[in-house]
Design a binder for this molecule. Structure first.
Ligand code: MOS
Length: 759
């Protein structure tokens, strides 16, 4: 059985990106592409110490440079207000307000000039001297104090300690994962423009309404006075979920010089200015019976956070949902350091936690002499193990089965070091994934015009995932229009309110809103003809009709119907519009703190995040299989192939869904082998802040990736989807590390896996 046979019929499978042509022809405008008349440019100066204060700042030479319009520092910047606390996406402290420095790379000055080059040249002439304090840069520093995470995300069930003491087999290990940088290709840019006390910004963001709230608060404006536009975003990976100081600074610059100002971050600035994946140190203990039944898991992680603004980053939470184990403790600590702010990064927490747990399970499989897939099946969580509630849907077993079959797992020799291909040691490794999504409230608007076209809109963003395309498909499906007759508009806070493109939850949230809105629009048409004797649809309810070819017809007699255009014309209308929304998911095991608070804190937590529903365990699932090759003399690791099978619920667009999983897998290869944001131990300066020095998986590192989907449409939302934006990354690092052990007998517990570890 392959999933293609098992999957339900999918309208619009493989539809090309509706924005593809615009993107390849340059007609899609990213924030850095917008130009306004009289637009000036800003450039930033960053701190060269990680802790201390500015002792002296001399901007005289910079101010005298050609083209310079203003130099803004903490000495002359307008006072900015602190934005309101946001639990999930904490806003930055207002920039350039005092002389205090808490990380290397913090902005200390901004130059506004006629051209970008003039601004950058003048910025270099600003002289700053510092009173340097001793920075705390690593969790090992005695001055670093790990503390409990303040976000109520620790979980416990049963009595892990007692179960551990009585168990036949126990394993433990310490695993580390490094800081990483998102590195979207598009430079994060804010273009700001004031008209009186109305602020318009074009911004690289995954979260326009959040940026609007932060800008409004910073400048003491009502939110309606701020408009955030982000029709195209050149990648995000989580870097665009929070709001960042440069966006506030662009608006400040524009107000100061009373002209539109564009502020585009340089690549090195992208390493300090828009968040990073925190590093983690994780201690995991597991206990099992000799026949492979897990009896206890204890998972503790300490992840890094900045001094100035923290963000919830749950690493161990996924461990509580992954297996049917009666005694589990999961604790997240964090340690504040003099490092740039952290941010969620694709599969935040889950990617790191999964690496530790799935690696240790692999160790257990060797200890027990049991096949790694079999070990996971023996501990299959038929119900959500923390709550005992049934999953909304779960096809993880099929992920293992289909993945093992496609991979040829049966050919694996059980012993480590037993498989060779010439000089290469060959290893087969695998990992399982339980991944939760977070679905927030969402609104949309849909209009059908007399020319038979539809316009559907919501203020979400498409960060390259295909939101424009699948929303167009969903609207076309409900309205009975071809895809080319539907336009989907997004990326503007004047449109109906949408949540962030993140937490693997936007397709579910926005898709459900689009679905509900289009249903409401069809109902408006039916209401219009309900007492219209001229209509063959008179008196029909929505259940009685079908929509196709721009026409509503009776389900029992397709010849009796009429087109949207005919209805509008007869009623003297140019168009008909409906507003609609979707409720937050009932999903309980979300990776983002909102749903974690819900699960941990019951009704109070629910109130805190605005969720009112009873909770249902929901999520995507996956199995990852990797074949690796290791050269025993040179320590070179190559990935030969990866099979990635995902239960993502209903797949709306096979082409885009595959792309999401392939992209996630490549991120997982990067995590396993390459990506690490390295800081100079003395100064805290990011030492590899270029795309030449920060290693990403490139084409030569990426093998054949075989992607498949299993599972059923999920009943948790009307369109049947689960989030698949992040699940593809999770499990890949563990599958590779487990493959490396199988090839070499060497257990690598510290990412990335580098040559020196394999020699
Ligand atoms: Mo994702 S880290 O929720 O953009």
């Amino acid at each position: 059985m392959t999933s293609t046979e098992a999957a339900p019929p999918i309208p619009g499978t493989g539809v090309d990106r509706v924005d593809g042509r615009l993107k390849v022809t340059g007609a899609a405008h990213y924030p850095s592409d917008f130009r306004l008349p009289d637009m000036a440019h800003a450039a930033l100066v960053r701190s060269t110490i990680a802790a201390g204060t500015i002792a002296r700042l001399d901007a005289a030479r910079a101010a005298a440079m050609p083209g310079v319009l203003a130099v803004i520092t903490h000495q002359n910047a307008d006072r900015l207000r602190k934005a309101r606390r946001n639990l999930i996406f904490p806003p930055p402290p207002p920039p350039l307000q005092d002389a205090k420095i808490s990380y290397h790379g913090q902005y200390v000055a901004m130059v506004v000039a006629e051209t970008r080059q003039q601004a950058a040249a003048a910025a270099r002439l600003i002289e700053v001297t510092y009173d340097r304090a001793e920075p705390v840069l690593t969790p090992e520093d005695p001055a670093a104090k790990p503390r409990s995470n303040p976000y109520f995300i620790d979980m416990k069930r049963g009595n892990p300690k007692a179960a551990m003491a009585a168990a036949a087999v126990t394993m433990e290990g310490t695993f580390t994962t490094p800081a990483q940088t998102h590195n979207p290709l598009g430079p994060f840019t804010t273009m700001a423009h004031w008209d009186g006390d109305t602020l318009t910004v074009y911004d690289s963001t995954q979260n326009p309404f959040h940026v609007r709230a932060v800008l409004a608060a910073s400048f003491g404006l009502a939110e309606e006075k701020v408009r955030v536009l982000s029709p195209y975003v050149g990648g995000g990976f989580g870097a665009g979920l929070r709001s960042w100081p440069h966006s506030i600074l662009a608006a400040l610059a524009a107000r100061t010089v009373a002209r539109p100002v564009q502020l585009s971050l340089t690549r090195p600035e992208m390493f300090t200015g828009i968040g990073r994946r925190p590093s983690t140190v994780q201690h995991v203990k597991i206990a099992a019976t000799r026949d492979g039944k897990l009896v206890a898991i204890d998972h503790e992680s300490t992840s890094t956070a900045s001094m100035g603004s923290d963000s919830p980053y749950p690493v161990t939470h996924g461990t509580t949902a992954a297996y049917a184990c009666p005694n589990v403790a999961a604790r997240d600590k964090r340690v504040r350091l003099n490092i740039p702010p952290i941010a969620h990064m694709r599969a935040p927490g889950e990617a790191e936690g999964n690496f530790a747990l799935e690696s240790l399970l692999d160790e257990l499989s060797y200890e027990l002499g049991m096949d790694p897939v079999e070990l996971r099946l023996r501990n299959y969580a038929e119900v959500h193990p923390q709550t005992g509630l049934p999953w909304s849907s779960k096809a993880l077993r099929e992920c293992y089965q289909v993945g093992a079959e496609r991979f040829g797992w049966a050919r694996r020799e059980p012993a480590a070091g037993a498989m060779r291909d010439g000089r290469w040691l060959v290893g087969y490794g695998m990992a399982g994934v339980t991944y939760s999504h977070y679905q927030a409230k969402c609104q949309a608007r849909a209009t059908i015009r007399r020319d038979g076209t539809a316009h559907v809109a919501s203020g979400a963003t498409d960060i390259g995932t295909g939101t424009y395309t699948v929303m167009t498909q969903l609207a076309a499906e409900v309205l009975g229009l071809t895809v080319d007759r539907v336009t989907f508009e997004l990326g503007d806070t004047r449109l109906p309110r949408a949540p962030q493109a993140g937490g693997s939850g936007l397709t579910a949230a926005l898709g459900s809103a689009v679905h509900n809105t289009c249903v409401a629009l069809v109902q408006r048409f039916l209401a219009l003809v309900s007492d219209d004797p001229g209509s063959p649809l008179q008196g029909c309810a929505i259940e009685d009709i079908v929509a196709s070819d721009g026409r509503l017809a009776r389900g029992d007699d397709a010849s009796r119907g009429e087109s949207y255009a005919e209805i509008l014309e007869r009623h003297g209308l140019d168009e008909l519009t409906a507003d609609g929304d979707s409720a937050p998911s009932r999903a309980e095991t979300g990776v983002l703190v909102g749903s974690l608070v819900v699960s941990r804190m019951g009704r109070f937590g629910r109130k805190l995040v605005g969720a009112s529903h009873a909770t249902v365990p929901a999520g995507a699932f996956g199995a990852r299989f990797a074949e690796v090759r290791v050269d025993p003399d040179l320590g070179v690791l190559r990935i030969a192939r990866i099979v990635s099978v995902t239960d993502g619920g209903r797949v709306l667009n096979n082409k885009l869904a595959r792309s999401q999983i392939i992209g996630g897998t490549i991120g997982g290869i990067g995590m396993a082998m390459f990506e690490e944001t390295i800081s100079d131990p003395g100064s805290g300066r990011v030492a590899n802040a270029t795309l030449g020095d920060y290693l990403l998986a490139v084409n030569a590192d990426v093998p054949d990736i075989d992607v498949d989907f299993v599972g059923e449409p999920d009943p948790d939302n009307p369109i049947g989807v689960k989030g698949i934006g992040e699940v593809g990354l999770a499990g890949v690092a563990a599958a590779i590390a487990n493959g490396v052990y199988h090839a070499t007998g060497r257990r690598i517990r510290s990412l990335p896996i580098t040559i020196d570890q394999l020699l």
